[in-house]
Design a binder for this molecule. Structure first.
Ligand code: NDP
Length: 336
């Protein structure tokens, strides 16, 4: 029955210049062959779209290889096992892995992990219990090192990473100021996620003064998800001995020229500020400890979570592009 199955695949058709467009992607029909020894046949349930994918659309050397034109986009996927020729997997197991944008695919069992859907809904493993949650945890706790009573500012605050950062900072006894791009997001962060204050950067003309007003003693930890002028405004308020966690620079990912900002080094130097970038895979050996901690907080209802679920495999490109328009609250997920 499953032999010669026809499925759909989305490939990178062309590399974007500046902001990506739907025409950069192509949907194709493909044939799925029979599985061999140690292989499993998977049916996609949820796809993760993430800002780092924009970097992979460029033909540039980075910490992950570029997507190849004509080949499927790959990323985090949750899938159901339809058929298995591997000892560790059986039909109907729910699994995750770095997989192609395909409705069905064949995977080598060694690169696939089973997930526990009794602990949390399957899609959470692409968000709070997956890469974005771990990014929030390791970046904040290992670089930001928030202390009770300190002031933490997080940009991209209503996104997958930002939501977790803000709540972890509250759990650690900090005052938390979020920066996000709509009134709806600002209200939600304050009313449902316990943020002390939120700045809507799209309607606030002077972000530097807004930060100064909310952080009279200065900013002790800045968790930077966006870069650009928002970060310039936060760093202008940085406290002595502060830590700046360089997690993401989404405001610059579509730049076609080298962006210029203020020279911040004198400020960092005279205030003894630590600024450190990181890639989540730096902490790979500690993932299981981080996941267990986050899962415990979710189970205890100490960490709330939100997703924006876009329905339909063919909506994958639009959902990815939507990250750059602020379309998501919490983790952006596409349901196959
Ligand atoms: P989000 O869920 O936060 O989605 C992206 C959000 O960014 C949008 O919703 C939008 O919210 C905001 N945004 C988009 N364009 C701009 C802009 N020009 N200026 C300011 N904000 C903008 O994504 P993630 O939580 O997955 O990722 C957050 C950041 O963390 C990204 O920069 C990402 O690259 C980075 N990251 C880094 C990792 C690492 O290993 N270092 C791992 C994972 C993520 P709004 O409405 O507020 O504008």
């Amino acid at each position: 029955m499953l032999q010669n199955m026809i499925s759909k695949q989305i490939t990178l058709y062309s590399r974007p210049k500046g902001k990506p467009v739907l025409e950069n992607f192509e949907t194709k029909n493909i044939e799925i062959p029979e599985i061999k020894e140690d292989e499993i046949l998977l049916e996609a349930m949820y796809f993760s779209v993430d800002p780092y994918m924009r970097g992979r659309m460029n033909d540039a050397k980075s910490y992950t290889a570029p997507f190849e034109t004509g080949k499927p986009i790959t990323g985090g996927v949750i899938a159901r096992v339809l058929k298995s020729n591997a000892a560790n997997f059986k039909e109907n197991d729910i699994v995750t892995g770095n997989l192609p944008w395909q409705q069905h695919c064949i995977a080598i069992a060694a690169g696939i992990l089973k997930i526990d859907t009794a602990l949390a809904p399957a899609s959470y493993y692409l968000g709070i219990l997956g890469m974005p949650g771990l990014t929030a945890y390791f970046g904040l706790m290992y670089i930001g090192k928030p202390k009770n009573g300190e002031t933490v500012v997080v940009s991209g605050a209503a996104g997958a990473v930002g939501l977790v950062v803000g709540q972890l900072a509250k759990i650690n006894g900090c005052k938390v100021i979020g920066i996000a791009g709509s009134e709806e997001k600002a209200t939600l962060l304050k009313n449902e996620f316990g943020f002390d204050e939120v700045i809507n950067y799209k309607t606030t003309t002077d972000i530097k003064t807004a930060i100064a007003n909310f952080c009279p003693g200065g900013v002790d930890v800045y968790y930077d998800n966006v870069g650009g002028e928002i970060s310039d405004a936060v760093i202008a308020n940085i406290n002595f001995n502060a830590r700046i966690v360089l997690c993401g620079q989404i405001s610059l990912y579509n730049s076609t020229e080298i962006p210029m900002g203020p020279r911040i080094q004198p400020m960092l130097l005279t205030r003894s500020v630590l600024m450190q970038g990181f890639i989540i895979s730096n902490y790979q050996t500690q993932f299981s400890q981080g996941s267990k901690y986050l899962a415990m907080l979710v189970q205890q209802n100490k960490l709330k979570y939100k997703e924006t679920i876009v329905k339909g495999f063919n909506k994958l490109p639009a959902a990815l592009l939507g990250l750059f328009e602020g379309d998501n609250i919490g983790k952006m997920i596409v349901e196959a």
